[in-house]
Every structure is written in C-alpha cells, then in structure tokens.
Design a protein around this ligand. Sequence first.
Ligand code: NDP
Length: 289
Amino acid sequence: MTVSVTGATGFIGRRLVQRLHADNHHIRVLTRSRSKAQLIFPDKDFPGVIIAEEPEWKDCIHGSNAVVNLAGFPISTRWSSEIKKEIKQSRIRVTSKVVDLINSSQDEDRPTVLVSATAVGYYGTSETQVFDEQSPSGNDYLAEVCREWEATALEVNKDVRLALIRIGVVLGKDGGALAKMVPLFMMFAGGPLGSGKQWFSWIHLDDLVNLIYEALSNPSYKGVINGTAPNPVRLAEMCEQLGNVMGRPSWLPVPDFALKAVLGEGASVVNFLISPYFLFLVFSLIKLL
Ligand code: NDP
C-alpha cells in the first residue's frame, strides 16, 4: 500500500512510519521541512521513503492508496491568544489542504481512505460523565478546535472512507505526555495537578499505531473512533502508578487556584502536558509558599 502521512515527523507519526516501513509499505512523508524529516528518516534506515514539502504534496497524495493526517501545532505549551490561534489554524490548514488534494484527484488516483487525527478533547472535561463516540461535544476551547478540525475532514469526497480517531493522551517512551512527566518524577517533583480527580484517558503509542494501521485497511473502521484504552484512570492514580514504577513519590497536588494563576485558561485542559521546566518552576514556587 502507498500511504501519505502528514505529521509523520511527530511522536505518533514517527512510530507509524517505522511500522509501515517494516511491513514494506510505500511511505510518503508530507512535511513542512525536508531537512528535519531527512534527519528523522535517513535514507540508509528508511530506503524508499519519499519526503515531500508542501508544493509536492499534490503529487504524493494523488496516487496514494491512503492518507494519514496527524499534523498540528503542539498543544502542550502555555496558551497565548496567538498560540491558541495556531493550535486551531494549523490543524484546519493542513486538513483542508489534504482534503482539497484528495478531492481534486482523478478517480483512478484518489486515495480510498483518510485516517485523520482528532482528540478526546472533543468531549470537553467532566469528573462524572462517561463519554463515548455518540456523546455531544464540550464547550471549551479544545472542544471547539476538535469540532472544526473534524468538520474540515468531513469535507472529503464521499467515496473516500474517513476514519476520525479521537485520540486520548498517548503514552510512549520517546515523547508525548510521559516525556514531560518522567523528568519531574526523576527530580522528586512529580504529582497530580489540581484536584487529581481529572480523568486521564490514555492509550499506549503502539496500540494507537495498531489502531491507525488497522483503520487503513479494514473497511469497518469508518466515522468516529475513540483512540483510548477502555479504562481511563484519575490523574492522581496515574501519577501514583508512575511514581511507584519509578520509585519516586507522587507529591501532594498543586492546588487549582495556583495552576489557574500561572496557566490561565490552559490550566483546565493541559495541566499534565505543560513544559517540564515550567511545571518544575510552579512546583518549586508552590512548595516554597
Ligand atoms: P507532534 O507534536 O509530535 O507532531 C505533530 C507534527 O505536526 C509535527 O511533527 C509537525 O510536522 C507538524 N506540525 C507542527 N506544528 C505545525 C504547524 N504549526 N503547522 C503545520 N504542521 C505542524 O504530535 P503527536 O504526534 O503527538 O500528535 C499527532 C496528532 O495527534 C496531533 O494533531 C495531535 O493534536 C493529536 N493528538 C495527540 C495526542 C498525544 O497525546 N500525543 C493526544 C490527542 C491528539 P512537520 O514539521 O514535519 O510538518
């Protein structure tokens, strides 16, 4: 199969490309930066992988069997109004481009499937409600981002099978949320933020890659699919387990008011994904008070 992938240079994309390459699929990496992608996928380790910057995306998508769309500006930063705009616009911009290129292809060149990322942020947050694929969208900023992101993907030609994966927090060794949490625990500074009661809907990186892989070829993977493990845990439990595994304590929670004072709006949704240095500063300040 020939698969074009946006966001291939990211945490999830890198593992997906490794998996597809190991199984002898043809991969086209759609990136903003050829030099960055070449460092991640050097020719000697990834022979045959095509790396394409935006003007060449058309030639890659036309003739691919499938497209995986993972690109987007990282959400794990302190949100300014500019950053918030880019979090949303980057996803809509890339998805819209991908959809336009798929739709403008001739029938014989058109990919048959688009697997497009979105997030469980679609549902908003709640300490009491259970969300499944039929649940309504939330009313915070990330929910709005996810709704518009999904709506853009839904513009794809109706003959193309669309799988929208609402991804939970992805856990893997080489990046994502764990890469931000582990250094804090190493420094004896880890612990849940806020009440600790927030639900943590997680998925292991390999399970997510398996899910995307299956969605590429299995026609029953259509529409919205939650990309999460069946059993979410409370953030406090996640931190406790991480502390246990690492032989480190999970300290008392940092109170909500302090988080909000420092993080503003982003506190309610990205409180375990913020920069470790920033977090370390917050922890240190709180402990000094
Ligand atoms: P990463 O941040 O690791 O990688 C995303 C990729 O998107 C980058 O490698 C980059 O590719 C591209 N990108 C970054 N900024 C921009 C921008 N401003 N405009 C266009 N493209 C940009 O993301 P993940 O691999 O962790 O996640 C992939 C997708 O899954 C994302 O859309 C994310 O929101 C979603 N998701 C991830 C979760 C997680 O826990 N990791 C949870 C829920 C959803 P390049 O430089 O090659 O163009």
